[in-house]
Ligand binder design. Structure first.
Ligand code: GLU
Length: 329
């Protein structure tokens, strides 16, 4: 594992020191297990650990394996939700997918009993519905639309891991079952296979922790990539996306996360976590060992420590967070 690295712009020395301290404290954490239910994910080296922080004024600081690629998995759900809001409008998306935390596992086969719709777009049922909506609008252009916008948010052209995509296609029976159930309640329409295919492909997009930090910074910068200045996401869609990330982004740990960390975030079983400190910065972490909810163990600890170290909790009572940005100036 490489140690301290990289910066574009000159982050404040206090930030650099704080980041190094957090990284060192977290790297000793070796609990958790790499995901195996998608067989290809089991091949990930468990020791990897990357940390990246990107500010809305275009500064970047990274530690460890911040350039190592892994599949984005459920982190994609936040960004594709944002795109669906832009494409179809809030009302139409809300007619198909709610915004309530479910309190259930990400792959639970359960819908909101009142609406018969998926609880929210951060669980598989909701994310597959979002893919069905994007496919309904764009048909064969849907994948390129998703890949292009994700790439613009990351600031480089992203690609799909074919082995992970194939592995997920072959073993994704539960997601197929969810897809077919969505048809029975009218949340999605035929044909469901292309929607599932889009879902599997979007989960198989390769990113690194630096990409996640830049993608997070693009959301923090209300849709404009602060490194390329390109407009990537619709402003109103960003607001709704961050709200749902805050309440539903960390699996059935989201309530605890909101209290302990207080940063809108989304994690994935590939070991990535993206976090967004609104109007300040994006944070990306990568470490493949997961806890029993599916969250990266080191990722959780890193976010917790960063929130404490830099005062990043949304409701930080000292409002130390704004000091953070000032100190970078
Ligand atoms: N592609 C994974 C699945 O559907 C995503 C799960 C996750 O990262 O939460 O099972």
């Amino acid at each position: 594992m490489s140690s301290s690295t990289a910066s574009a712009g000159t982050p404040h020395p206090a930030i650099e020191t704080g980041l190094t301290d957090v990284f060192e404290r977290c790297r000793t954490q070796t609990q958790g297990k790499v995901a195996t239910y998608i067989p290809e994910l089991a091949t990930m080296p468990p020791e990897q650990f990357g940390l990246a922080l990107a500010t809305i004024d275009g500064k970047l600081s990274t530690r460890g394996d911040a350039d190592s690629e892994f599949t984005i998995q459920s982190v994609s759900k936040a960004f594709s939700y944002c795109l669906a809001l832009e494409l179809l409008g809030r009302d139409e998306v809300l007619r198909h997918v709610g915004v309530e935390p479910s309190g259930d596992a990400f792959n639970a086969i359960i819908f909101d009993p009142r609406t018969e719709r998926p609880f929210n777009p951060m669980v598989n049922a909701g994310a597959i519905t979002i893919c069905a909506l994007i496919y309904r609008e764009l048909k064969d252009d849907a994948l390129e639309f998703v890949l292009d916008r994700f790439s613009k948010a990351a600031g480089r052209r992203l690609r799909i891991s074919d082995p992970v995509y194939r592995s997920e296609c072959v073993t994704g029976h539960r997601n197929r079952a969810i897809g077919h159930l969505l048809l029975t309640v009218g949340a999605a329409r035929e044909p469901i296979e292309p929607a599932l295919d889009l879902y599997f492909k979007q989960c198989s997009i390769l990113v690194n922790a630096t990409d996640l930090a830049r993608m997070g910074a693009t959301l923090a910068n209300i849709g404009q990539n602060p490194f390329t200045q390109e407009s990537v996401f619709d402003v109103a869609a960003v607001r709704d996306t961050l709200s749902v990330m805050f309440t539903c982004g960390m699996y059935d740990y989201s309530g605890n996360w909101a209290v302990d960390v207080g940063i809108p975030a989304k994690s994935g079983v590939g070991g990535g976590v993206v976090g967004v400190v609104n109007r300040q910065l994006g944070i990306g972490t990568f470490s493949p060992r997961l806890d029993d909810k599916g969250n990266s163990v080191r990722g959780l600890k890193a976010f917790q420590e960063l929130a404490d170290e830099f005062g990043l909790h949304a409701f930080e009572c000292t409002n130390y967070g704004s000091e953070f940005m000032r100190s970078l100036a």
